[in-house]
Design a protein around this ligand. Structure first.
Ligand code: SF4
Ligand code: SF4
Length: 280
């Protein structure tokens, strides 16, 4: 049997920005040393669990998304490669730890993480970040403080062998944040499209009656291939999500007895096409 390793799954669709996870992290680490993994986090300035916020769309079709960002505990960690030998190491369970003794005085470590999750503790003269609650894992905990307090179940800790985790990843469609960095993170995301992709939205209305075109079929294609589809709802609105930003899209709205409405857009961010009138 292989070693069970630490993995964190964060569901972007379930995070409501309550910051319980951020506060639980503060409760655990501010003022408390956990040798050999961490010295106390300072009272302010650090966000070892950081919630980023994003608004997508244009009035009145607007969505918000929240992205909790702890350390990714990368399997191929840029911080380890760029920092002085021995200052950062990986445990058998996959957790990446900044050694608070060996890393003392090395402020340059802060700049080695492409996710920006390392902070400088001026008083202790040491770089710090999320330890994955390594001290609690040692005591047999199966939750981190942040996963334990999340009221919506947006954060889940999974202790699993790599082969089993690979299956979970595939089955649940988990993704790495900033996958282009290829860091093989142990923190993985569900519904990351809410952060990284865009949507095209609008309202379909019958021109002759001024009624909502409920059920009108909307298709979005790019380079001749269909990349998204949906229906206008009973308020006439449609939202076609999971599109790549910066590409050219042909949006077609069709309803029985009416001429198709066709428009081409090249959005860098989520857009609202406004009211689209369908003519007989
Ligand atoms: S997220 Fe940053 S600090 Fe954490 S392991 Fe990866 S490179 Fe290192
Ligand atoms: S505790 Fe859960 S819902 Fe609240 S901010 Fe953290 S991840 Fe989001």
């Amino acid at each position: 049997m292989g070693t069970k390793k630490w993995n964190m799954i964060i569901d972007v669709a379930l995070c409501h920005d309550c910051n319980n996870c951020f506060l639980a992290d503060k409760d655990e680490f501010v003022g408390n040393d956990f040798p050999p993994y961490s010295v106390a986090q300072p009272w302010s300035g650090h966000r070892w669990m950081n919630i980023e916020r994003k608004e997508r769309g244009q009035f009145p079709i607007v969505q918000v998304a929240y992205l909790p960002i702890p350390c990714m505990h990368c399997g191929d960690a840029p911080c380890m490669k760029a920092s002085p030998e021995g200052t950062i190491y990986r445990r058998e369970d996959g957790l990446v730890i900044i050694d608070p003794q060996k890393a003392k005085g090395h402020k340059e470590i802060v700049g080695t993480c492409p996710y920006g999750v390392i902070y400088w503790n001026e008083e202790a003269q040491v770089a710090q970040k999320c330890t994955g609650c390594a001290h609690l894992m040692d005591e047999g905990w199966t939750e981190t403080r942040c996963s334990q307090v999340c009221p919506t179940g947006a954060i889940k800790l999974v202790l699993a062998e790599d082969a089993d985790m690979a299956k979970v990843m595939k089955d649940e469609g988990l993704q790495a944040f900033k996958a282009e960095l290829d860091t093989q993170p142990r923190t993985l995301y569900k519904n990351l499209y809410k952060w990284e992709k865009i949507f095209v939205s609008g309202s379909a209305v019958y021109k002759d009656t001024d009624e909502c075109a409920e059920g009108a079929e909307v298709t979005v294609s790019s380079g001749g291939a269909k990349v998204g589809a949906g229906l206008a709802n009973n308020y006439s609105e449609f939202v076609i999500d999971k599109l790549e930003p910066g590409k050219e899209y042909v949006v077609t709205v069709e309803a029985k007895g009416y001429q198709p409405y066709v428009t081409t857009v090249k959005p860098e961010a989520s857009i609202n096409l406004g009211v689209l009138f369908l003519e007989k």
